[in-house]
Every structure is written in C-alpha cells, then in structure tokens.
Design a protein around this ligand. Sequence first.
Ligand code: SAH
Ligand code: SF4
Length: 344
Amino acid sequence: MLEIIQKAEEQHTLTFNEIVELLKSDSCLPEIMSAADRTRKKYVGDGVHLRALIEFSNFCKNNCCYCGLRRDNHNIERYRLDEETIITLARHAAIDLGFKTIVLQSGEDLWFTQERMCSIISQIKKLDVALTLSIGEKSAEDYKAYKEAGCDRFLLRIETTDKKLYERHDPQMSWRARYQCLKDIRKAGIEVGSGCLVGLPGQSIESLARDILFFKTINADMIGIGPLIPHPDTPLKNAQGGTFTMAVRVMAITRLLLPDINIPATTAMETLESDGQIKALQAGANVIMPNVTLAQYRKNYELYPNKSQTNAVNTSGLEPIRKRLESINRFIAEGKGYHQKQRS
Ligand code: SAH
Ligand code: SF4
C-alpha cells in the first residue's frame, strides 16, 4: 500500500488495479490524505479559491433518483430568481464581498433559454469575475453561445462512469449524451468541471476506480466528489448513501493523479461530518463554494437533506471563512483561480 501511495505521489499515475487496492483497503487513509495534501501544496499552493454559489432556480425537468429537485418531488416549493435578482446577488458577492468567481447553479430549467442565460452571463462578466455555470445538459451550440457571452467554466458531473448504473439512477437520461456534453463544453473553450457521486446503490469499488481514471482521460480542469446523501422525498430515501471516508479517499486519490486541477471541498462532505470541509482541504481540496443565495430560497434548494450552512455567507461576510482557513494555515487565494496547467 505505502509503495502504491509513493508511486502516485511521485509519478501521478496508477494502474486500475492499484487504484482498486487503495480504495478497497480499510487502512492507510491518513497516509493517502497526507500524500494528497503535499501534492496539493506543491502544485496549487496554500491559497483556497472561493466561488460564490448562487442557486437561481430549483425547477428541473429531470428525475434523477437521488436528487431532491427531481421533477416528481411535489414536496418542495419551486422558485426561480429573476434576472435582476441574480445580477444583484452576483454584484453583492463580487463588489461587497470580494469574490472572484460566481457560480450559477440550477435544475434543468427550460425557462432559462440560451438568450436569457447569455444576457445574465454578459451582465455578470461586467463585474470583472470568472463565471461558472452548473445548469445541466445543453446543446453544443448553447455551450458556444455561453462562451461567447463570457462563461469561463462549466460543472457537469458524470455522476458515475458505470453506464448501466447511471441510466438506472437517472431515468430517461443517457450516459453517452452526458459524456458528449463534456466534450462539447471543452470544444467550446470552457474549462471542464466534472465529478462523481460516491455511494450510489449498486456502485462498486471498481466503478469508482474507473471514475478516477475517467477524470484523467477527459483532462478535467476541476473535479467535485460528493457522498450521496439520501433524500426522504426521492426513490433513494432508504439507500445507505455514501460515507465521508470513502468520498475523501476518492478525492485524495484524484488529487494524486491530477495534481494541478481545482478540487472543491464539497458541502456534502461537510454535511456528513463536522469539519468535513476542513478535513477535505487537508486531503487534496483547494476550493470552497460558499452559498450566497438568499436565505429564503436556500431551504428550497435541497439536493439532499440537512445541507450544511457552515459556508453560507451572511452579514459577517467572509470573516468566519477566513478564520477557519487561518486555523489550518491556509488563506483566501487572490485571483480568479483558473486551472494553471503544470503537467502536459
Ligand atoms: N442540475 C445540474 C446542477 C445541479 S445538481 C446537474 O445535475 O448537473 C448538482 C449536483 O448535485 C449533481 O451533479 C449531483 O451530483 C449532486 N446531488 C444531487 N442529489 C444529491 C444527493 N442526494 N446527495 C449528494 N449529492 C447530490
Ligand atoms: Fe435535476 Fe440536477 Fe437534480 Fe438531476 S441532479 S434532478 S438534473 S437538479
């Protein structure tokens, strides 16, 4: 085990069997986390990039079995922020709070046509920030238009590379179509963010190992890994869900193999474990995405239950986050935090 970890840290490559061995074992988690932490420090430094997350609509045409926003969930109140409110929130995040990246996330809401999205993007870009979208599967032409309007990055998790599992948990969706979207995002000249869920019912260790290799194959600029947290109003309400430990293991190995990418300490990790994000930041992560959505809407953007509010930004601004980072000798990074490629 220790030899495999050393190889990963030195060469940033592992075979499928080696990844499976690291994932299967119950031991060596502290060693894997420390190796990932050293790799993070060496390639992307101690600065932590903050991305302001605006959850602007919880309408979704899809029915993903794990997600509280799925269209068949009639127990949530649906909301959609108007253009002006979105811009006001973005302005507050950029000008008052000093965020350098704005992330707009939503369900797949058809009300936001290409034209409406492009208008929002170009107005936000006037604030001198990087802009990330996380709004689901779109056409190649849409991605191109977003890029032309100023979109810099796009987050679209593949969720799992096991096609059968994907299609079971994401009914009426196609794995191939999702993969094609990732290619179209890249082709449009937008940074590609992807990632997976850890703990889907039926997911094997081998499949998680394939997910990690997939992230390398697509040359991802950012990878977000989150444990599945069962939502009571979804078909997966009785599922066991993912564990913090396995999610961190997958994340740390991802850092070892893709040393210079951006990796967020996900909110789902914080939800499962107190100080989960701090632990993730010490196991390979270098990004956090504080929520700047208005409190009145946050409760209805429930991808999973009891979503941690540790990083929700309120009247005290970024001070609590700054203090938390200082406690582990880290700091809020300057700059927009693009993926700086250091390895060909
Ligand atoms: N609709 C867009 C973006 C919003 S969903 C999309 O699907 O890409 C963002 C992410 O939330 C999804 O990619 C999924 O990985 C995660 N998510 C959804 N339900 C979850 C749950 N129950 N537990 C943990 N993560 C979940
Ligand atoms: Fe919609 Fe995204 Fe939730 Fe799937 S994961 S139901 S696409 S919001």
